[in-house]
Design a protein around this ligand. Sequence first.
Ligand SMILES: [Zn+2]
Ligand SMILES: [Zn+2]
Ligand SMILES: [Zn+2]
Ligand SMILES: [Zn+2]
Length: 306
Amino acid sequence: MTSGGSTYESKIESRNADYGIATESVEFRASPHRKVSTLNVSKRGIASNTAVHELLECPVCMNVMYPPIHQCPNGHTLCSKCQSKVRCCPICRHELGNIRCLALERVAESLELPCRYQILACQDIFPYHGRLRHEQNCRFRPYNCPYAGAECPVTGDIPFLVAHLKSDHKVDMHDGCTFNHRYVKSNPQDVENATWMLTVFNCYGYQFCLHFEAFNLGTAPVYMAFIRFMGDDHDARKFSYSLEVGGNGRKMTWQGIPRSIRDGHIKVRDSMDGLIIQRSMALFFSGGNRQELKLKVAGRIWKEQA
Ligand SMILES: [Zn+2]
Ligand SMILES: [Zn+2]
Ligand SMILES: [Zn+2]
Ligand SMILES: [Zn+2]
């Protein structure tokens, strides 16, 4: 796990010596099609690293190829995922068969490459397999949209997702660390069509998502409220929150730690890490004739002393 330019460049130089031949031909191959940004002589090592990286790019899916790497009888390479989907070589149309490209696999395994989230500020450089593992947990990897209703495919960093929630999902945004929220449903029997709601709170310079959902826990309809933190787990654990729901002379409280939005809302829900209200209890809180759900949820978010 090296970071910092000097280590990086010295590594590249020694690699250059090892792969001198490959470097030449790869540069030739890459130049007509791609911008390897003008080859700066002092950065030559980095440029050829980019070229080797391109050599490892699957021509079908454009992802980096990890072993096993396959090739057609004419030597055109492709990744194992794409190999399993096509019968003919996508370049020359020759029947593929099951030929591995061991030389390229060895190049792949010996390379150290920057994290794919380098453009998002990750400075780390990894050997091939370690890199894949790192990328799955890289703290710079984009977040999924925390909106739970439809499987929203949008990903991005936190400022981007906050803007996305506001403009595309019309999510309510509030400033402050305390809140009072009302949930009213005219047909509390209908769990399927009810309810999941999202409100976002800005406090301590971060955003917190208050989720409110109705679902069947086994056969019992329940309501659940919980808070997720728009950021990493490490920062999420610096906060606590409480939720209180009551009415009609009854009251329930929950205290918890916000969960990072790295954890999907289904995962949080299924782990029951939040305030869970049985429907009968919810109707008690609602008062009246049990024909309408009227819940008042009060909450507070605070920072734990480090
Ligand atoms: Zn592929
Ligand atoms: Zn071919
Ligand atoms: Zn990374
Ligand atoms: Zn979204």
